[in-house]
Design a protein around this ligand. Structure first.
Ligand code: PMP
Length: 426
C-alpha cells in the first residue's frame, strides 16, 4: 500500500539532509541474505546492514532468544538490577579474545560509544591524554569518534572543533605507496613534531579499515605497533566494530596478528541486529576507571545480550568461522576473475569474508573512479542486489554479505555484480 516514492517524499520532509540513505528503498521484511521492499520487490543483501548481519536477517536462534527474553523483561538498567546474560556474555567474550592475560568486558549500545569508552579506560589506566589514530580510519560519529576518524568529508566537515589530543599517522597502503616502514615512521614523526610518547595513552586502529576502503593492517605491522607501544607504555586498541564477530574468518581479526591488543571494541554483528557494543580488555586496564564512570542507561540491554549469546552459539553450531573463510574464497576468486576482464578493477582484496574491489580510471590505480563506483551500485540495485561502497576516494565496492548465504545466493549476487560492472563501465 505504500510506495517507495511516497515514503521517500515523507522522509525528505520529515528527516534532515545529513542522514544519508544509500537506496530509495523501504524495507518490508527480510530473511537470511534477502530483503523485500514495501512494493514486494526482492533484493539480495550484500550490505548486511553495514556488517551487522553476519548471522543473517532473522536467524531463528536469535529470534527465539530475543522472544524468550521479551517474555521475561526488556529493561532494568544493568547498573540498577543486574542479569546473568550480561555476565555470561562478558565471560564468553573475555575467553574468545586473544592475549595470555586476565580480561574483563563491559557493554554499550553503539560502536562509537565503545570507541569512546576504550579511550576512557585507556586514559584512566595510563593517566595520559593523547591518542594516535590513522588516516582513512573510521571510529564513529560522536565527538571523540569524529576526532579519531581520519576522513574529513562527510564525517568531520562542519562539525568541529573536535576534542584535543588526537593525532593521525599514516595507515599502510601499498597500493597507494604507503609502506609499513612509512606508516611506522609517521607514528615516530608524531613523537618528534606533535606529542611526546610519554603523553600518549593509546594507539587505535582497525585491523582492516572498513569505511576507509578495506585496507588491512598486516600481522607484521601490528607486531611493530605492539613493540612501539610496549617501548613507550602506550596501549594498543583494536577497533573491531566492523571486522569483529567472524567477518574476517576468525572471531576477531586481531587473532591473526600474533600479538594481542590491550583493548578491543566490538559492535555491529556482535548481537546480529540488536544494538550492542562491547569493550574487552586487560583486566587491570578495565579496572582503572572509578565506580560509576562507565556504563549507560541502555548499555548492555537484556534483549541485545540474549541475541549476542545466540550469535556466539550459532557461530559454533553452524561453523560460521569456517564458512566465513569459504565465503571469502568464493568472493575473492569470482572477483579476481572479473578483474581479469576489466582493467578498471585496480585491486581485489580482503580478509576472510571482508572483501572489496577498488575501481580506477584508465587501468591506473592512482586515478580513483568514484563515478564508476556510483554507477555500479545503481546498476546492481536495478538488478536486485544491494551493494555498499566505501573508501577515502569513494571508489571501493565492499561485500558484507551474511555468512549464512548459500553458495547459490552468493553466485546470484556475484553474477549481478559482474553484469552491473559491465553496464556501468560502458
Ligand atoms: N568503528 C568502526 C571500525 C566502524 O566501522 C563503525 C561503524 N561503521 C564505528 C566505529 C561506529 O559504529 P556505530 O555506527 O555503531 O556508532
Amino acid at each position: 500500500h505504500f510506495t517507495n516514492a511516497a515514503l521517500m517524499a515523507r522522509r525528505r520532509a520529515a528527516l534532515p539532509n545529513g542522514l544519508g540513505q544509500g537506496f530509495e528503498i523501504f524495507a518490508d521484511r527480510a530473511e537470511g541474505a534477502e530483503v523485500w521492499d514495501v512494493e514486494g520487490r526482492r533484493y539480495i543483501d550484500f550490505a548486511g546492514g553495514i556488517a551487522v548481519l553476519n548471522t543473517g536477517h532473522r536467524h531463528p536462534a536469535l529470534v527465539k532468544a530475543v522472544a524468550e527474553q521479551l517474555d521475561r523483561f526488556t529493561h532494568t538498567c544493568f547498573q540498577v538490577l543486574a542479569y546473568e546474560s550480561y555476565v555470561e556474555l562478558a565471560e564468553k567474550l573475555n575467553a574468545m579474545a586473544p592475549g595470555n592475560f586476565a580480561k574483563k568486558s563491559f557493554f554499550l549500545t553503539t560502536g562509537a560509544e565503545a570507541v569512546e569508552n576504550a579511550v576512557k579506560v585507556a586514559r584512566a589506566y595510563t593517566k595520559r591524554s593523547a591518542v594516535i589514530a590513522f588516516g582513512g580510519g573510521f571510529h564513529g560519529r560522536t565527538l571523540m569518534g569524529m576526532a579519531l576518524t581520519g576522513k574529513v568529508a562527510p564525517y568531520k566537515a562542519g562539525f568541529g572543533p573536535f576534542p584535543a589530543e588526537v593525532f593521525h599517522a599514516k595507515f599502510p597502503n601499498p597500493l597507494h605507496g604507503v609502506s609499513e616502514d612509512d606508516a611506522i615512521a609517521s607514528v615516530e614523526a608524531l613523537f618528534k613534531y606533535d606529542v611526546e610518547a610519554s603523553r600518549v595513552a593509546a594507539i587505535i586502529l582497525e585491523p582492516v579499515q572498513g569505511e576507509g576502503g578495506f585496507y588491512a593492517a598486516s600481522p607484521a605491522f601490528a607486531k611493530r605497533l605492539r613493540a612501539l607501544c610496549d617501548q613507550h607504555g602506550i596501549l594498543l586498541i583494536a577497533d573491531e566494530v566492523q571486522t569483529g564477530a567472524g567477518r574476517t574468518g576468525t572471531w576477531l581479526a586481531c587473532e591473526q596478528w600474533g600479538v594481542a591488543p590491550d583493548v578491543i571494541t566490538m559492535a555491529k554483528s556482535l548481537a546480529g541486529g540488536m544494538p550492542l557494543s562491547a569493550v574487552i580488555g586487560k583486566a587491570e586496564v578495565m579496572d582503572a576507571a572509578a565506580v560509576g564512570g562507565l556504563g549507560g542507561t541502555y548499555a548492555g540491554n537484556p534483549l541485545a545480550c540474549a541475541s549476542a549469546l545466540a550469535v556466539i552459539d550459532t557461530f559454533e553450531k553452524e561453523n560460521l568461522l569456517e564458512r566465513s573463510r569459504a565465503v571469502g574464497e568464493r568472493l575473492t576468486s569470482r572477483l579476481k576473475a572479473l578483474q581479469a576482464q576489466h582493467n578498471c578493477i585496480a585491486e581485489v582484496r580482503g580478509l576472510g569474508a571482508m572483501v572489496a574491489i577498488e575501481l580506477c580510471k584508465n587501468g591506473d590505480p592512482h586515478q580513483p573512479d568514484a563515478d564508476l563506483t556510483k554507477r555500479m551500485v545503481a546498476e546492481a540495485q536495478k538488478r536486485g542486489l544491494i551493494l555498499l561502497s566505501c573508501g577515502v576516494y569513494a571508489n571501493v565496492i565492499r561485500v558484507l554479505v551474511p555468512l549464512v548465504a548459500s553458495d547459490a545466493l552468493l553466485d546470484e549476487g556475484l553474477d549481478i555484480m559482474a553484469a552491473a560492472l559491465a553496464a556501468a563501465a560502458q
